[in-house]
Design a protein around this ligand. Structure first.
Ligand code: NAI
Length: 275
């Protein structure tokens, strides 16, 4: 059911790779809620083609941009405001990539050049996006910027390796830039800390399937789906959350606040009775 929450709003949505992507679901919901927007992804992702199908469905134009390039980001904001007929009201950062994870490197054996790439693509790109928008004054007053993150920024999940550091930086950027953009244009900046979700980025993480199950059995509500996440992001783009900023918002069915669940406990072997 649509509520018209984004009626008349303009935006930019990054990171829709295929129909499993969280950004893909956000785009469909944003369209349903009345927004107009541009879609963007790294030029290499464009070649895979799936995004064109989404663009048709959403009547949106695609602007290729490598999120680590300020030049590409300038083009992204300039072209978006031109195409959409004014400054934007919302921006989604849904970008993550770790060469160390891709190539199966353990946390105690990281390749530092790849580590820098993980941080550049997954965290600094968020700062670059906002700094570019700030300098171009491309976001309307009371606009909303959201990035997606994961709880490994607060608690250790060994298989998440260098992405844990990237997410910690990403969340810190949301707080710091949230202050400056709030003062400048009352633009709010938040991160949404999402449950494990079956997507290309998600399933690339070592042991993802078992961990997905573990999280699902731990959270009282179970794992939040990509579609649930999209619904939550839409509320953050809408005027209903206009005083929420500089927050890391957990969207995980209660996982982050659960110590142990009966369901997980019941899977462990009962200890042998001492004679
Ligand atoms: P996805 O693989 O569908 O999306 C990741 C996107 O990042 C892709 O579209 C990819 O093309 C884009 N990207 C990579 N390098 C880029 C670059 N240099 N410039 C521009 N775009 C680039 O996977 P998913 O899961 O939808 O990921 C979206 C966000 O959600 C990521 O930040 C991820 O860390 C986060 N997240 C994912 C969770 C999961 O379990 N899937 C859980 C919590 C957060």
């Amino acid at each position: 059911m649509a509520y018209g929450l984004l009626q008349g709003k303009r935006g930019i949505i990054s990171g829709a790779l295929d129909e499993k992507s969280i950004a893909w679901k956000v785009a469909l919901k944003a369209k349903e809620e009345g927004a107009t927007f541009t879609l963007t992804n790294a030029p290499i992702a464009m070649r895979m083609g799936a995004i064109k199908q989404l663009a048709e469905q959403c009547e949106a134009e695609i602007i290729p941009a490598d999120a680590t390039s300020t030049e590409d980001l300038e083009k992204l904001f300039n072209q978006s405001t031109e195409i959409l007929g004014g400054k934007v009201d919302f921006v989604l950062h849904s970008i993550g990539m770790s060469p160390n994870i891709r190539k199966g490197r353990a946390y105690t054996d990281l390749n530092y050049d790849w580590f820098k790439q993980s941080v550049d693509v997954s965290a600094l790109s968020f700062h670059k996006m906002m700094q570019t928008a700030y300098k171009l004054d491309a976001i309307n007053e009371w606009g909303s910027v959201v990035a997606l993150t994961y709880m490994a920024a607060q608690r250790t999940f060994p298989f998440y390796t260098d992405m844990a550091e990237a997410k910690a930086i990403l969340e810190s950027i949301a707080r710091s830039f949230g202050y400056h953009y709030g003062k400048y244009r009352k633009v709010r900046v938040n991160t949404v800390s999402q449950s494990p979700t079956v997507t290309t980025a998600g399933s690339g993480i070592g042991g993802f399937d078992r961990f997905y199950e573990f999280a699902d059995k731990t959270a009282p509500l179970g794992n939040a789906s990509a579609e649930d996440c999209a619904n939550y992001v839409i509320t953050l783009f809408s005027d209903l959350s206009r005083m929420v900023t500089m927050q890391n918002l957990f969207h995980d069915g209660g996982f982050s606040m659960t110590g142990a669940s009966e369901e997980v406990m019941s899977l462990l072997q009962p200890q042998q009775q001492q004679q």
